[in-house]
Design a protein around this ligand. Structure first.
Ligand code: AMP
Ligand code: MG
Length: 286
């Protein structure tokens, strides 16, 4: 059993070709995978409780991946053990007119989680080095003319600095790339078309983007290499099997949260006497 996906290398030399989208991470049977996921979801729930009590750290979870890669389903399943009061989910769509007038990091900045909370980005500022790179016509007009390598290099630097600022301010940044195979995407899109209750999820864009599959893969690979850093490494999640994807994400979240050695805030010594007095009083009333 090898549940833990390794972080993407930070030396800029990783290759997506060596990442199998159908990898089962050593899990042969469904039962073992199910048990591991359930155990990690329970652990996450406890960790979130201490996280919100201490409010020392916040957690930003970034989900990137193509259409039908399983981002929504991961949010639904992996986060099912979390207390909704301490979590926010933000989905990034094509920018609004107001968002376009700002720098591209602005809409992400205003949606960031505070310390004590978990914030999930369903897509993120990474769209601004991915979808707009494949389709430069989607860039704000003043950048459309200069959509050259220099622009992407500059944005990679800005993103790395943005994330470093977050991490240095106790906002942990956990980034997941859902690595889906082209064949599995076809199956999932087909399922959407066949099932009327899933039609709403289908977008003509899905077919248009699918035509640029290999361009997307190479843009993703370059992005992972440029933005996997010691402070915010990427995790590439095998996405063809949903349960495996979920357990891989849960495993990383649990390991990274445990590493923070979170603790409940301690009561100041002088308060302990007061607490005992309150207890005596409540016992009489209970
Ligand atoms: P979905 O995730 O299916 O709701 O689709 C959201 C769409 O918005 C995707 O096609 C994204 O590529 C697109 N999108 C998100 N952010 C940006 C951006 N900054 N510029 C252009 N398109 C974006
Ligand atoms: Mg979609």
């Amino acid at each position: 059993m090898r549940a833990s996906p390794l972080p993407w290398p930070v030396n800029g030399k990783g290759s997506l070709k060596s990442c199998d989208p159908a990898d089962t991470l050593g899990f042969r049977d469904k039962r073992a995978a199910k048990d591991k996921l359930a155990a990690d979801i329970a652990a996450l729930s406890d960790l979130q409780d201490v996280l919100s009590a201490g409010a020392q750290f916040g957690v930003l979870v970034v989900f990137q991946g193509t259409d039908a890669a399983g981002k929504d389903s991961a949010i639904k399943h992996v986060m099912s053990g979390l207390n909704p009061q301490g979590v926010s989910v933000h989905s990034f769509k094509q920018p609004t007119d107001e968002e376009v007038r700002h720098d591209y990091l602005w809409r992400a900045a205003v949606a960031l989680p505070e310390r004590g909370r978990v914030g999930i980005f369903n897509r993120s500022y990474y769209e601004d080095v991915i979808v707009v790179r494949v389709h430069p016509e989607l860039l704000a007009p003043e950048f459309a003319k200069q959509a050259t390598k220099a622009l992407w290099t500059r944005r990679f630097r800005q993103i790395n600095e943005f994330e470093r600022t977050l991490v240095e301010n106790n906002i942990v940044v956990l980034k997941f790339y859902f690595n889906l195979s082209k064949r599995e995407q076809a199956k999932r899109l087909l399922a959407r078309l066949k099932e009327p209750s899933k039609h709403w999820k289908f977008s003509a864009q899905d077919i248009i983007q699918r035509k640029r599959w290999s361009k997307y893969k190479s843009v993703y690979e370059e992005t992972l290499n440029a933005t996997s850093t010691p402070w915010a490494p990427w995790y590439v999640i095998p996405a063809d099997h949903k349960r495996i994807a979920h357990l891989a994400i849960a495993d990383v979240l649990v390991r990274r949260l445990r590493a923070l050695r979170l603790a409940y805030p301690k009561l100041p010594a002088e308060m302990r006497g007061t607490l005992r007095a309150w207890m005596r009083q409540l016992r009489k009333e209970a």
